[in-house]
Design a protein around this ligand. Structure first.
Ligand SMILES: Nc1ncnc2c1ncn2[C@@H]1O[C@H](COP(=O)(O)OP(=O)(O)O)[C@@H](O)[C@H]1O
Ligand SMILES: Nc1ccn([C@H]2C[C@H](O)[C@@H](COP(=O)(O)OP(=O)(O)O)O2)c(=O)n1
Ligand SMILES: [Mg+2]
Length: 235
């Protein structure tokens, strides 16, 4: 599990820690390093993480399908957009910059977003993560790999016609500052220019699962379900 514990036994030998460190390899950066474990701050994560990136244009249904995946397969849902909106609401130092970026339909600097994702991953007891709306740019992707130190197991792409995405976003009714025609148009341009290359990257690496994101929510989920069911069977 991913739980933090108050202390590790002070009798843990350095050779044990060395072995643990080598087993953890990719997780050292995420868990702030083995040195802190030696100090008794953080317990080793017991399970290898299973990471799914959830991609698709604005309004393609990522968040809606993530809720179903969580209910059915027990993932932790980390929405990059929700984490950024939480920063705005908390009036943190980056809040004003994030708000302006989102209003403009642009992408927040990767370091900010990756740090928020990293914090949520560290705090989670789960080892299965749905990272929704990330990576949206090559810079996002490279930054995650550098800071977190792992690659996704699965990348879902919700492929939806633009006119359907626009219709859905304009009807979303969640009071979002970016759910207006002007911002959506900008977001669609950013999606084509910056997000499609990331989708192509994962396609070339054989990690991409493309979902035809039209039809009812349940019909779409029936395309999603077998992808995760297959991984459950494997282990
Ligand atoms: N299959 C669907 N058909 C019609 N509307 C949908 C469908 N899936 C989601 N929606 C609605 O479209 C809007 C955008 O969905 P959302 O899940 O927020 O997309 P995203 O996270 O990709 O922007 C929401 O109001 C949602 O209720
Ligand atoms: N990786 C990300 C994800 C979201 N953002 C910003 C810019 C996006 O337009 C907004 C909203 O993202 P969100 O995923 O919530 O949007 P949709 O659910 O696709 O409509 O947040 C970002 O800068 N970087
Ligand atoms: Mg969303």
């Amino acid at each position: 599990m991913w739980r933090r514990v108050a202390s590790l036994s002070s009798s843990i030998s350095s050779s044990f820690l060395a072995q643990t460190a080598s087993r953890l390899n990719t997780w050292e950066s995420l868990t702030t390093g083995i040195a802190q474990q030696a100090k008794g701050v953080i317990a080793p994560k017991e399970k290898t993480p299973f990471i799914t990136f959830v991609l698709g244009g604005p309004g393609s249904g990522k968040g809606t399908q993530c809720i179903k995946i969580v209910e059915t397969f027990g993932f932790a849902h980390l929405s990059a957009g929700d984490l950024l909106r939480r920063e705005i609401a908390s009036k943190s130092a980056d809040g004003a910059m994030i708000l302006n970026t989102i209003k403009e339909g642009k992408i927040v600097p990767s370091q900010v977003t990756v740090k928020l994702i990293q914090k949520e991953m560290e705090l989670s007891d789960n080892h299965k993560f749905l990272i929704d709306g990330f990576p949206r740019t090559e810079e996002n992707r490279v930054s995650f790999e550098r800071i977190i130190g792992v690659e996704p197991n699965v990348v879902l792409f919700f492929d939806c016609p633009e006119e359907e995405m626009v219709k859905r976003v304009l009807n979303r009714n969640e009071g979002r500052v970016d759910d207006n025609l002007e911002t959506i148009k900008k977001r669609l341009t950013v999606f084509q220019a910056l997000s499609l290359p990331v989708i192509n990257y994962y396609s070339e690496r054989g990690k991409l699962y493309t979902i035809k994101a039209i039809g009812t929510e349940d019909e779409i989920f029936e395309q999603v379900r077998p992808i995760f069911a297959a991984f459950e069977t494997v282990g």
